[in-house]
Design a binder for this molecule. Structure first.
Ligand code: FAD
Ligand code: NDP
Ligand code: HEM
Ligand code: CU
Ligand code: FE
Length: 505
């Protein structure tokens, strides 16, 4: 395989120099069983990270040409004889075909890199299955969250974390070192029984987006239908006017901002509900209902989708005046004006209304861009927790308020105009205002001195009818941590973070 990107200096080299403890790992001979996509990328990365590589194939002659020349491609048995650390880059279904090697493999470290195609498809994890086939070996689970593609393009792109688990500390340390020299960040996930969890992670990445995407599509469909009825169907049925040209741009540009705005308010609603629960329970150590926990964990995705819709809305709005339909309407209006011998169509109030709502819209989008930028991991990592939560929580809420002002100035007095009620349906902006205004009012309510003081005490660990945190704490922390791990790699819920600091104390 040609060097290309791989030949450039690696992060791994730098790690190695700055950490002299890692040097023994380099020069070590690493074995790979299997000659597929993963094996090839792994071999290439290992060779360029300074390791000796031996690849074991059932048919070494056929696939030798696909590997870098520095890697030795040989029979499976030879790999087992030559190395102590062996990556098993073979599908689970074929593990049993390796059983001929049981004797030569005894005492070696086997790294299981396999993934499943479905969550909990098999009773035990692949790694535990491998360990049961080779009881004389030490099995380490790892690297399955790294795709062959990421191995090739280098750890600069994509996820740098390699989750590792194993029952033997020494074996785990060796594999972690290898990962580090290759430029990845090893993460210790504990004993081999965590393998099931690690194997399910690549399958769980998408579900974090599934609910938010369906939510966005559902809202889009509802609002689109609503706007279509009001803007296209109503004039067609009532006045026999053909307004179907509005379908691709105008109806879409009435729908997108509604979706963006409602989704933005749905990012801040669960926080309000959480605060209400805490006030109601009189403690922060009681678990939220599952649906609220789920909702709190999906806020990032909901927020980013809201930003996406808002950005599209801005682009559509910019393009409104350059459409042919708009030009014809302008000309027609001008002709009508001439026939009526009017010279000036300037309406001061309308002018001001538009100047203000466009300006507010731009500001809201600017604030949302800040939130979107800080959700990039590299930017988030350069902020401390307080800075990050100020931008996400406070600036985001200001964006919601500015969006509300934008919507209100856009709508102006149309909510009170009878002609605006098509089929008794009010203008869409009045509907979108419901949830956001509830959220804003609730936030203001929680700011009232008496309520705020109580909330702050609750969040500092005070409980109704007791002094200080109770015995149940560690259990709840454990529960929260578990939901966090199973929900993917989200930020800690603030309550959990507090509880952990409390435990550390
Ligand atoms: C464009 C965009 C990008 C986004 N990117 C991200 C992102 O990258 N990561 C992310 O997490 N979110 C992201 N979000 C979602 C959102 O900005 C955050 O979830 C934000 O923190 C929500 O603010 P909040 O004030 O409602 O909630 P929080 O500040 O989380 O507070 C929610 C509730 O938690 C409880 N609480 C708060 N503090 C404490 C405490 N100290 N002790 C106990 N309980 C407490 C309270 O009940 C509170 O009401 C994004 C949103 C948008 C629009
Ligand atoms: N591709 C990827 O991005 C990722 C893959 N993985 C995991 O890595 C492992 C390998 O994946 P990948 O390289 O894509 O798969 P491939 O199908 O490309 O390669 C599998 C290899 O297994 C070897 N093998 C050994 N015994 C058998 C057998 N009895 N029947 C068939 N093949 C056998 C073959 O090599 P030979 O003929 O030389 O013996 C074959 O090349 C899997 O467990 C996968 O889950 C994990 C993360 C990412
Ligand atoms: C550059 C930024 C923005 C510009 C230029 C802009 C411009 C506009 C324009 C021109 C309209 C009127 C559309 C029409 O005539 O049908 C409008 C409506 C609206 N905008 Fe924006 N906007 C911006 C950002 C935002 C943001 C960030 C939000 C909220 C997240 C938002 C929410 C709304 C809503 C809810 C409506 C009412 C839609 C309706 O009910 O028809 N806008 N905006
Ligand atoms: Cu499983
Ligand atoms: Fe299977």
């Amino acid at each position: 395989m040609p060097g290309g990107d791989m030949a450039k200096p690696l992060l791994g080299r730098r790690n190695m120099e700055s950490n002299p403890d890692l040097t023994p790992a380099v020069g070590r001979t690493i074995g790979i069983l299997g000659s597929g996509d993963f094996a090839r990328s792994l071999a290439t990365r290992l060779v360029y990270s300074g390791f000796q590589v031996v690849v074991g194939s059932r048919n070494p002659k056929r696939c030798a040409g696909l590997f870098p020349s520095a890697a030795e491609v040989t029979a499976q048995v030879d790999v087992a004889k030559k190395t102590d650390v062996i990556f098993v880059a073979v599908f689970r279904e074929h593990y049993s075909t390796l059983c001929d090697l049981t004797d030569v493999l005894a005492g070696k470290i086997l790294v299981d890199v396999s993934n499943n195609t479905e969550i909990n498809h098999h009773k035990e994890s692949n790694a535990e299955y491998l360990a049961s086939l080779f009881p004389a070996c030490t099995v380490v689970k790892g690297f399955n969250v790294i795709s062959a593609w990421t191995l090739q393009s280098g750890p600069r792109d994509g996820n740098k974390q390699v989750l590792i688990c194993c029952d033997n500390q020494e074996a785990k340390r060796i594999v972690a070192e290898i990962a580090q020299v290759m430029g990845f960040t090893p993460v210790d996930m504990g004993s081999l029984s965590s393998a099931c969890e690690i194997e399910n992670i690549p399958l769980r990445l998408l579900p974090a987006w599934k609910i938010p995407v369906f939510l966005a599509l559902g809202l889009f469909l509802c609002f689109y239908t609503y706007n279509f009825i009001r803007q296209v169907l109503h004039p067609y049925i009532w006045e026999q006017k053909n307004k179907f040209y509005k379908i691709p741009v105008e109806v879409v540009n009435s729908t997108l901002p509604c979706v963006a705005y409602v989704m933005l308010s749905l990012v801040y609603l669960p926080g309000v509900l959480a605060a209400s629960f805490q006030l109601h329970y009189g403690t922060k150590y009681r678990r939220f209902p599952d649906w609220l926990d789920q909702w709190l964990q999906h806020r990032k995705q909901i927020g980013l989708l809201s930003f996406f819709c808002a950005a599209l809305h801005a682009l559509y709005s910019l393009c409104l005046p350059m459409r042919r339909s708009h030009r014809y309407q302008l000309i027609n209006a001008a002709i009508k004006q001439v026939m009526e011998k009017k010279t000036d169509a300037w309406i001061e109030e309308e002018v001001w209304r538009m100047e203000i709502y466009v300006s507010l819209g731009i500001m809201a989008l600017g604030l949302l861009s800040l939130l979107a930028i800080t959700s990039l991991p590299s930017i988030a990592n350069s902020l401390n927790w307080r800075e990050f939560s100020f931008i996400q929580s406070t600036v985001g809420f200001i964006a919601l308020v500015v969006s509300t002002l934008h919507t209100l100035t856009f709508g102006w007095t149309r909510a009170f105009d009878e002609n605006q009620y098509k089929f008794y349906l009010p203008p869409s902006y009045t509907l979108t205002l419901l949830v956001p205004c509830t959220v804003i009012l609730a936030k203001i309510f929680f700011r009232l001195p008496c309520i705020h003081g109580r909330l702050r005490r609750i969040r500092n660990g005070w409980e109704k009818g007791s002094c200080g945190p109770t015995q149940t704490m560690p259990h709840i922390v454990e529960e929260r941590l578990l939901t966090r791990v199973s929900g993917g790699l989200e930020e800690l819920h603030p309550a959990t973070e507090d509880a952990i600091t409390w435990l550390d104390d």
